[in-house]
Design a protein. Structure first.
Length: 469
């Protein structure tokens, strides 16, 4: 009877995980998707806990309590910190897989050679390598995103880097192959920690040559690694639910990473080994480029006269937490009968969907959020493109400059609008470390300052202006 209840519980949890992913496809059902995921996890934990062979209940209660102690504060981080919080979640998932795999190896080895079959050993090795490299890789990604002092923000490269990294991975796989063939050997328990150490080091070295511009893709890839380590853990523990949940997690992360790479017109290998994001040196002898600044009053007057305004958000909006002020600006423009749309680039911000989440928090209708491919044909008819802290995703150099690190990356065609206002904190380059050609265009005027303050001033100016459009 208990077996039947357990299997039913696992089936319901698996179905809920699938529905959770499906519902999170669209903002209209995303909240339902989150609830389904929480319910699936709770059912899976309770059903597993109720199995007859499970003991040490105080340890389980302690682990759940520890999860709440860490999880509740993490749930309250500001939306600007969600990318690094997501990276930390991947780190915890990787750590769980790695620790379970380590415990399984030593416990199964005590049971005798027949407990460590070649299939189980291959799954176990995959689990610990993927788990531990996800742990350190995710911690490094979180450190970069949080701008922790001891974690370099720009790519760190050195001669033969890729050869060394792949060599470490090959060494770990080589030791793993030896243990798989001879799990009962006297040296196996001492060689096993070497695989763990190599995986941990590989995770760090995998992330340090990657710049901030690639963090959305890196987070998605780490998501897929965490999922794959969970699949391997499912095979080790004979858990169909873990295999299902891990496969969903791994495949969704992989699909997301593919979408991100397509959005940047780059390959996985280029993202992982291309050191994208290095600061380029200015070319000697070139003319110094000059920005054209505009006043708040002048920008407000142009916005008032517009029929069609497209707002292009970026990480600068997130840093300034300007989404609520953007909503006020949206309301002021709509009041005047102006058509307002938001152009969303797939890699704007520091994680997939970052801008969508921020704008949804400000209750901006998701029907007015338009993806890059849909908005670009409209851009020549747009009266004003308002760039709020976006940089590389609107840089025309992606189309024209073959020497640029972002050459070939699809961008939002802000430069094709009749006029452009760009809100920017400083004259510093974006994540890719290059100047934005858009800012020097004849059609572009700069509004320097914190995005929240600048948009707040624009709202005040418009609110004090004369009535309807």
């Amino acid at each position: 009877m208990m077996f039947a209840i357990n299997q039913l519980g696992y089936l319901v949890a698996s179905a809920l995980f699938i529905f959770a992913l499906h519902w999170m496809n669209t903002p209209a059902t995303a909240r339902k998707g989150v609830y389904a995921g929480v319910a699936a996890t709770a059912i899976a934990v309770l059903v597993t806990w109720a199995e007859p062979g499970v003991g040490h209940h105080l340890w389980i209660v302690g682990a759940i309590a520890a999860g709440f102690v860490v999880g509740v504060p993490l749930s309250r981080v500001p939306l600007t910190a969600v990318p690094q919080r997501t990276a930390l979640s991947h780190a915890f998932g990787g750590a769980a897989a790695g620790l379970v795999g380590t415990a399984e190896f030593y416990l199964r080895r005590m049971e005798g050679p027949e407990a460590l079959t070649p299939f189980r050993m291959v799954a176990l090795i995959a689990e610990i390598i993927l788990g531990y490299l996800t742990l350190t890789g995710s911690l490094m990604a979180a450190g970069k995103l949080q701008e922790v002092k001891w974690v370099p923000q720009r790519p760190v490269t050195y001669p033969g880097q890729n050869v060394i990294n792949l060599g470490l991975l090959a060494l770990a796989v080589g030791i793993a192959a030896g243990i798989t063939i001879h799990p009962e050997a006297a040296w196996a328990p001492y060689a096993f920690p070497a695989i763990i150490a190599l995986a941990l080091v590989f995770g760090v070295l995998l992330i340090i040559p990657i710049g901030g511009a690639d963090m959305p893709t890196v987070i998605a890839i780490l998501n897929s690694y965490a999922g794959l380590s969970a699949v391997a853990m499912g095979f080790v523990l004979d858990s169909k639910l873990l295999i299902t949940a891990g496969a969903l997690d791994g495949s969704s992360g992989l699909i997301l990473a593919i979408i991100m790479c397509k959005a940047m017109n780059r390959s996985f290998t280029n993202v992982l080994f291309g050191a994208f994001g290095q600061v380029q040196q200015a070319k000697a002898g070139g003319e110094e480029k000059v920005y054209k600044s505009e006043t708040i009053e002048g920008a407000a007057q142009v916005l008032e006269q517009a029929n069609y305004v497209v707002i292009i958000p970026g990480y600068g909006m997130a840093v300034a937490q300007a989404q609520h002020k953007v909503r006020e600006l949206y309301d002021q423009l709509k009041k005047r009968g102006i058509t307002v749309k938001f152009a969303i680039h797939p890699v704007a911000g520091r994680m997939p969907g970052h801008m969508n989440v921020l704008l949804a928090e400000a209750d901006i209708p998701y029907t007015d959020l338009v993806e890059m491919d849909e908005i670009n044909p409209d851009m020549p008819q747009v009266d004003v493109a308002l760039v709020v802290g976006a940089n590389d995703v609107v840089n025309p150099a992606a189309r024209t400059d073959k020497s640029s690190p972002i050459f070939g990356m699809p961008i939002i065609d802000a430069d094709k609008a009749r006029s452009v206002f760009a809100i920017k904190r400083s004259k510093n380059p974006g994540f890719a470390g290059i100047d934005n050609e858009l800012y020097f265009s004849d059609r572009t005027w700069m509004l320097f300052g914190d995005a929240k303050n600048v948009i707040g001033e624009l709202v005040k100016e418009l609110a004090g202006g004369s009535g309807m459009h």
